[in-house]
Design a protein around this ligand. Structure first.
Ligand SMILES: [Zn+2]
Length: 280
């Protein structure tokens, strides 16, 4: 117990402020992002521990569970190597029974989905427990909450940047089902050419990039960041961030106006609310 407390005190001395609510509040806890439960045997990569206030740490526990279940279910080849998935699904059902019902496809839906996507359940698993989930509003919300935290964590880890609450983060995300059905994903393809770093992620020398991998890009003036992240075979996040309030929001609004269509690949998940410019 004492050792753990020491470790925390040492960590907080180096990282005194909560990075999730703007860097103003003293951090008193360590937040793991992505959540450890997303990784097999809870072996999360080293360094993915961030200074957090209690409020920010507790805020996303439901979302963390949803995201961890999604990442595992969408990666049938290894998503349940540690045998924890069913327990996590039961926990989710206990915590959010109504949500769980709409999240999990029916047995028939699951069988059809999995057949289309070429997914075969591994031993002891049903079609429902493998592969494709129904993406509902709450799932989308969970991904947004998670993406915000992840972007702040990676920006801090890679460059020591702390996003304040009026700095913009914009998200585009998609699942393995989108990729398989559409034969790829446009945003990912376009942005894949942007230079950046893809670090090797490991714990105790076990490489974990099959479960979580990202590419981090930063503009020369350190004003814009781009994160392209992959969670096993399950889902993919593309997050744009900007350290100048209002800049990215305007840029996106202008781009969408020029494109002259309602389709907005990036959704602003944090930043200054913009009045949508009318398209007439
Ligand atoms: Zn905080």
């Amino acid at each position: 117990m004492g050792e753990r407390k020491n470790k925390l005190q040492k960590f907080l001395k180096l990282h005194p402020k909560c990075i999730f609510c703007g860097g103003y509040v003293d951090a008193t806890t360590i937040e793991h992002c992505p959540p450890r439960s997303l990784f097999q045997n809870k072996m999360a990569p080293e360094k993915f521990e961030f200074p957090s206030c209690v409020a920010c740490n507790n805020y996303s526990s439901d979302e963390d569970l949803i995201v961890a279940v999604m990442a595992r279910m969408g990666s049938p080849a290894f998503g349940d190597s540690d045998g924890r998935l069913v327990g996590m699904m039961k926990a989710l059902n206990r915590q959010k029974p109504k949500f769980y019902k709409s999240f999990l496809p029916s047995a028939t839906e699951a069988r059809i989905n999995n057949r289309q996507l070429g997914i075969t359940p591994t031993a002891g698993m049903t079609h429902q427990e493998m592969g494709v989930l129904n993406i509902n509003d709450e799932t989308r919300e969970a991904i947004k909450v998670f993406a915000k935290k992840l972007a702040k964590g990676i920006a801090y880890l890679e460059e020591g940047l702390i996003f304040s609450n009026d700095h913009c983060l914009a998200l585009n995300w998609f699942t393995n089902a989108n990729v398989i059905k559409d034969g790829g994903h446009k945003v990912f393809e376009i942005l894949s050419h942007i230079g950046g770093v893809t670090p090797k992620l490991s714990r105790n020398r076990v490489v974990l990039n099959n479960q979580f991998e990202y590419k981090f890009s930063l503009s020369d003036d350190k004003n814009l960041i781009l994160i392209q992240a992959k969670f096993g075979e399950s889902f993919f996040l593309v997050i744009n961030g900007c350290m100048t309030a209002g800049h990215l929001e305007n840029l996106l609004e202008k781009t969408y106006q020029d494109l002259g269509r309602d389709y907005r690949p990036f959704e602003i998940i944090q930043g200054i609310a913009m009045d949508p410019i009318s398209s007439n």
